[in-house]
Design a protein. Structure first.
Length: 137
């Protein structure tokens, strides 16, 4: 999501379970250094990172996967399927793939830019959640 009127790029990563509940989103801010005010008043456990582009990078995606694993708590008895679009920041990130595999997370990558058709949450839940999140940016 982008906030054009403020000339900022803020990427928000949402994850929701098929049961309907979601984990706290992760924000990627376009800044060189993390500032405390970016997370002031946020939910405890909110993850926020900064980089020069404001977009998902290999490093920010690694932090996102760690956040996902801690939040969802997959196990051998209850593995988790994580459906992603096939963006290069994560589809080719060996560190993330290894962390997911070691933690019983099965990553299924869909073709790039097709999630709007193949994942109904992109149209329903995420659009509404995006509007809620942008008010806090």
């Amino acid at each position: 999501m982008t906030c054009a009127e403020r000339c900022l790029t803020n990427t928000v990563i949402f994850c929701a379970k098929a049961a309907g509940n979601a984990i706290l989103p992760m924000h990627v801010y376009k800044q060189k250094l993390m500032k405390d005010e970016l997370v002031d008043g946020a939910h405890p456990g909110k993850i926020a990172v900064c980089n020069e582009s404001g977009w998902m990078t290999a490093d920010s995606y690694s932090k996102c996967m760690d956040h996902f694993i801690k939040s969802v708590k997959p196990s051998k008895e209850k593995p988790v399927l994580l459906i992603l679009d096939k963006h290069t920041s994560y589809s080719k990130n060996l560190q993330v793939i290894t962390a997911a595999s070691n933690s019983c997370v099965i990553m299924l990558s869909l073709p790039p830019h097709t999630t709007i058709k193949l994942q109904p949450l992109d149209v329903s839940f995420f659009k509404k959640q995006c509007n809620v999140e942008i008010r806090y940016v």
